[in-house]
Ligand binder design. Structure first.
Ligand code: GTP
Ligand code: MG
Ligand code: ZN
Length: 335
């Protein structure tokens, strides 16, 4: 499937946050080359401190001033210099951020011009959705799907809490998309999930309380990411995990993220959503300009092909749902 990458033409934090501390000082024209720098991976970000794994050693680093206002996020591959011992109270310096292979972004809502980069360099997006408590939110899943297509990440649907609810409804909705899914109960589904994760860098996203950290803890016994009901002093309402963390999983990575209330898609154009469905994108070439491919869209070639049976009607319905979700319809039902 051909997918659009979230390439460099989007505005991101670097464009917006022009007034970082000390940013007005002229930069030195002669920068050290840091030939001795060592590569590492950013596993967590906390108030201007970056936890990195460098040659297998967890090291805390700060951003070198010469890097200016560019953001560093979990998953970034960086070059660091200075004290790389990882001993308590030592601080290394990140002097370079490597080019990102992918960038997962969201905006606070569909009108917010500021994109937040959640994670860099992932290749898979595990969309975690509980079958009950909280109730499944297809609209949220749709939005995550759009974000995955935009970022060039392979989506994977994780349906959790199978002990509390049936997966039938969600499977009926998402199977037509060809979306791989795993059903997980407290005692089941883990081996199948592991099969999907091995060798990948997977970001777990989903609303608060769907069981992301629980999954990560089960996959990596001994990790002990705080889960809801255990950690009560988060200071952030009912969200248990408050920042993203990357954890090594074989030769891949798992990235647990805090639950988000919404997944704003202001940065993604409708045409890019359609690109996620190659055969529909081709049919859409015959649509009027600005066509939204709805059942009531005049002269819509996609709807015509769907009715004629040359396009899969379920996939067309899914696309229309995604386009509607992009436009923020029934936003109030989301939480
Ligand atoms: N019954 C049942 N409860 C589960 C299951 N998985 C997780 N839970 C419970 O759901 C609650 C929330 O789980 P978490 O893992 O903290 O959820 P989270 O998605 O990490 O939440 P945030 O960090 O706030 O985004 C906890 O009380 C878990 O014990 C499951 O399969 N079945
Ligand atoms: Mg959590
Ligand atoms: Zn159309």
């Amino acid at each position: 499937m051909s997918r659009t990458r979230g390439g460099g033409r989007h505005m991101d934090e670097r464009d917006v946050r022009v007034r970082a501390r000390g940013g007005s000082k002229p930069r030195t024209s002669k920068r050290p080359v840091h030939a001795d720098a060592v590569e590492g991976l950013v596993t967590a970000v906390d108030r201007g401190r970056y936890r990195c794994l460098i040659d297998g050693v967890p090291v805390v680093a700060m951003k070198a001033r010469e890097l200016g206002r560019g953001s560093i996020v979990v998953g970034d591959r960086v070059d660091a210099v200075g004290d790389l011992s990882g001993r308590p109270d030592t601080l290394a310096r990140i002097v370079r951020v490597k080019e990102r292979r992918s960038v997962l972004r969201r905006t606070a809502d569909d009108t917010d011009p500021v994109e937040r980069i959640i994670v860099a360099n992932a290749d898979q997006l595990a969309i975690v959705c509980a079958l009950a408590d909280p109730e499944p939110q297809p609209r949220f899943v749709d939005r995550c799907l759009v974000a995955a297509y935009d970022a060039g990440l392979e989506p994977l649907l994780c349906l959790t809490k199978a002990d509390l609810g049936t997966p039938d409804g969600m499977v009926r909705l998402y199977e037509p998309l060809g979306l791989p899914y795993v059903v997980l109960g407290p005692e089941s589904g883990l081996n199948e999930l592991t099969g999907h994760l091995t060798g990948h860098t997977t970001v777990f996203v989903g609303s608060s309380g769907v069981g992301k950290s629980t999954l990560v803890n089960r996959l990596l016994p001994g990790t002990e990411r705080a889960v809801g009901g255990v950690n009560t002093v988060t200071g952030r309402g009912r969200h248990t995990s408050t920042s993203a963390v990357a954890l090594q999983f074989g030769d891949g990575w798992l990235i647990d993220t805090p639950g988000v209330r919404s997944f704003g898609l202001a940065h993604i154009a409708p045409e890019e959503i359609v690109e996620g469905f190659p055969e529909i994108a081709e049919a859409a070439l015959d649509c009027p300009e600005e066509c939204r491919h709805r059942p009531d869209s005049p002269g819509c070639a996609v709807q015509a092909a769907s009715a004629a049976g040359t396009l899969d009607a379920d996939r067309v319905a899914s696309l229309v749902r995604l386009l509607n979700s992009r436009e923020g319809e029934e936003e109030a039902t989301e939480h």
